[in-house]
Design a protein around this ligand. Sequence first.
Ligand code: PNS
Length: 162
Amino acid sequence: MSRRIGVFPGSFDPVHNGHLDLIERARRLFDVFYIAVLFNDQKQALFSVEERIDLLRDLVGDSDDCRVESFSGLLVDYAREKGATAVIRGLRSGADFDYELPMTLMNRRLAPGIDTIFLLPAPEWIYLSSRLTKEVGSLEGDLTGIAPPLVIEALHRKHGWN
Ligand code: PNS
């Protein structure tokens, strides 16, 4: 039987508990699961791609069945190169759906053999986003229970607090 290969793409700037919840759910569905961090020099990010990858690797590991990599260019090209048949995206709300729909349909047009699978995080993470995590972190707010301690420490270091 052929191996089920999936890709979970994103900016992960930085990874938070909602992402980790989705990663746990999604990796069970695949024999090989790629967490793919977008390298995009047009997009202003707080953490470099290397920093984001290091955080993800420290948190979820980097093994033969769950790899953390960066990608640039078209997502479907990366997914094809990996032999993936599915892309995983998280859905928290109708606004997410509106954002995802055109990308999903474009990706399907570009690569009809690759489907997008949407997963819902656990309800306690539904309001989380990297943007809010960064904002609260930059204002010295308490991120306990929102992001793992490793990420909170990385945010503190970014802002020169330790
Ligand atoms: O975490 P994000 O920022 O919502 O992730 C967005 C991402 C990385 C999935 C999206 O920007 C993407 O796929 N970029 C790669 C470029 C691409 O394939 N563009 C065409 C999509 S229709």
